[in-house]
Unconditional design. Structure first.
Length: 232
């Protein structure tokens, strides 16, 4: 069981989207806590509310009702600029698509968000090189995305997500574009990062085979959390 204070806490959160004259409830009365160093999976079918949950935890979107706390501080009322600053400093994202810049090589793609945060420096590129080595791409530093396999592109995306030393890594179906072998390699890498970098990993998935990697599994269906299970 987890005993520390949560990094992220969602309290009585609902999210309702207005589509023309209709209202669609994406999440209803959600309560969830994420803790330091844990590997947590959010599991459910398409349309269950997984992506909406990720956007709220990642401070990309705001709830219709309820509150979101980061380190005990209510961030619900912060401005978009303040939320953007928090995301840049504390949260890393890995998506289904890699969103690499075609004109940049692996080293530059990995460094880009740190350059936005801290400006140009030799240390940024040294850190980027270290991270690419961590994800097994030491010999691909100068390669551009068009010269990489799909698995290698996702590894660059993982390295990029770590460049600002986030406390939380949000992973939205990160193996969806990969074959089984590359998908397992990516999940093994996320487990390694969780342990070695002490990063909280929050994995969104609809694949039951991925649940073995998580220590805690949150099941979601029809906008509701239906159960929570701890893996041995």
């Amino acid at each position: 069981m987890v005993n520390s204070n949560p990094i992220i806490e969602i309290t009585n959160v609902s999210k309702i989207y207005k589509i023309y004259k209709n209202s669609v409830t994406a999440l209803k009365d959600i309560n969830l806590k994420l803790y330091k160093n844990e590997f947590c999976a959010l599991f459910g079918p398409s349309g269950s509310g997984k992506s909406t949950m990720l956007n709220l935890i990642g401070l990309i979107d705001k709830p219709t009702s309820g509150k979101i706390f980061l380190d005990g501080a209510d961030v619900t009322k912060l401005s978009h600029r303040q939320l953007s600053d928090l995301r840049l400093k504390q949260i890393g994202f890995i998506f289904q698509k890699y969103y690499l810049l075609d004109e940049l090589n692996c080293l530059e793609n990995t460094a880009v968000s740190a350059l936005a945060k801290d400006g140009f420096s030799k240390k940024v590129f040294q850190k980027a090189e270290h991270l690419l080595e961590l994800v097994g791409l030491k010999n691909r530093l100068r390669h551009k995305p068009k010269h990489l396999s799909e698995g290698e592109k996702q590894r660059v995306a993982i390295a990029r997500s770590l460049i600002n030393e986030p406390r939380i890594l949000l992973c939205d179906e990160p193996t969806a574009s990969l074959d089984a072998d590359n998908g397992n390699a990516v999940l093994d890498l996320l487990s390694k990062i969780n342990v070695e970098k002490s990063v909280t990993v929050f994995l969104v998935t609809h694949d039951e085979m991925h649940l073995k990697y998580a220590k805690r599994i949150i099941y979601i269906r029809n906008a509701l959390i239906v159960k929570e299970v701890f893996n041995k």
